[in-house]
Design a protein around this ligand. Sequence first.
Ligand code: RIB
Length: 303
Amino acid sequence: MKITVVGSLNYDLVTTVGTVPQGGETVQAIDFETHHGGKGANEALALSRLSKEHDIHLVGCVGNDVFGKELTGSLTSAGVNMHVQTVDESRTGTATILVEQSGENRIMVYAGANQHVTTERFPESEYFPSDFILLQNEIPLETTFSIISQSRNHKTATVFNPSPIPKTSFAEYPFSDYIVVNETEAEALTGVPVPSVEEAYKALPLLLKQCSCAVVTLGSKGVVWMKQGEEKPGFQPAISLGKVVDTTGAGDTFLAAMCSQLASGRSMSECMRFAAAASGIVVTRRGAASSIPEHDEIIAALK
Ligand code: RIB
């Protein structure tokens, strides 16, 4: 199967703190690291590590700088088919990330070159035909919405994580095959607070107004999902595989793991179990790209 990710490549600047500072406050940080990231790049790398039988493509932009060269070099080495253009007018996207000792993160994204991922720059032939297209929201929303809308004509399944949540009303989203959101994003789209699995079940029918299958990830509480036409939602508990040190990239890996299994013809329950184990490993490691596991690690974790 051909799986294409259209999305961001970021250089992540990660500072670990005991507690995040308040306005006007200065705190001593515990650690500082740089990592490869960007939701698009993380998903492409995760797909390539988790599904050797599929053909993985990444469409995106980097700046003409050392960050861009590093990111594209490592993705190429990982076997991702690169449709990544270097733009002179912007720097490579960055994410400034604060990680608390609990593993909880706060991310500030600077789009930079990612804002140049437009349908003018990338004609349809860069992403169609594809069996699956994965999209997030760190490139222009018009690009994402246009590709989702066109996918119907190409019989391409769309997997959409609208993160960070745009200002556009959810009712205006084009219809996707899969929408995958965390609890905060689910609340932003549906207006239903999602503090628990029971509340997440209530958000699912509202999410299904804009997709065929809705998935809500709830961190340590697990994941719920529902398909159009099915009466009962599904539930997969979280799979704990060690101490949580950094949750960055867990959502991206979850999405990619789910998609790799869908492309291999697995049932939703099987996809969710595999994806829960994949993100269960990611949170035990630091960084986004650097913490993504290989396929066999997940199989071993599930034994
Ligand atoms: O989802 C994690 C990613 O979000 C990070 O790698 C960062 O680059 C931001 O895009």
